[in-house]
Design a protein around this ligand. Structure first.
Ligand SMILES: [Zn+2]
Length: 198
């Protein structure tokens, strides 16, 4: 079996990416045979470390552990849609293409987030780590022109239901999974492990 202790890591030094270790591992394959023993093919186990760059969206993911939900706003006075707030975080205004201003919508979310619609799924893609069934919810906020996709780990979703954001502040993953939603009135003791209201 391959040795995984040299698994790849990335650092940024002087604005340049420095890759260290191995990013691709190959494991022994196995033949695939039919009932008569005839060869049909082989399995090809592969293990690769995917490097996901956040670019201008990095502040969004880094703020979740501090209990902050960031959106962005177009502040270009010449834009037809100046003042439009985007959640999820859009780096550039889709109307005028100027860079948006980062805008903290945590308090707006706590006071006005409601379920626009929802979807409950039993079947997930590969590498899912959420408990099934997953209750995906689309969340709307007052004064925000877009709808955010999220998930509800506690309770059952209903259209129009008020929800509150919760944040994985202990052991954050720095992914969208650090943000979840619960029905208004959910006690702190019922939150999933590692999650807090702030
Ligand atoms: Zn604009």
């Amino acid at each position: 079996m391959v040795d995984l202790k040299d698994r790849g890591t990335v650092k940024v030094i002087d604005g340049r990416f420095q890759f260290k270790g191995k990013f691709h591992y190959i494991y022994p394959n196995t033949p695939i045979r039919d009932e008569s023993g005839e060869l049909n093919g082989v399995t090809n186990p592969r293990d690769m470390t995917y490097v996901h760059m956040y670019g201008g969206e990095a502040p969004f993911f880094d703020s979740l552990r501090d209990g902050k939900l960031l959106g962005t706003r177009c502040d270009n006075p010449d834009c037809e849609h100046t003042g439009t707030v985007h959640v999820p975080f859009k780096i550039h205004c889709p109307d005028c293409l100027k860079r948006n201003t980062i805008f903290d919508i945590t308090e707006i979310a706590k006071k006005t987030a409601t379920v626009h619609t929802f979807m409950v799924t039993e079947r997930t893609g590969a590498f899912n780590t959420l408990e099934k069934p997953i209750r995906f919810i689309n969340i709307e906020f007052e004064g925000v022109s877009t709808i955010l996709m999220g998930y509800l780990p506690v309770g059952e979703p209903k259209i129009g239901m008020r929800v509150l954001p919760i944040f994985q502040s202990k052991n954050p993953t720095f992914t969208i999974l650090d943000l979840a939603w619960v029905p208004e009135g959910t006690p702190e003791s019922e939150l999933p492990e590692g999650f807090t209201f702030n």
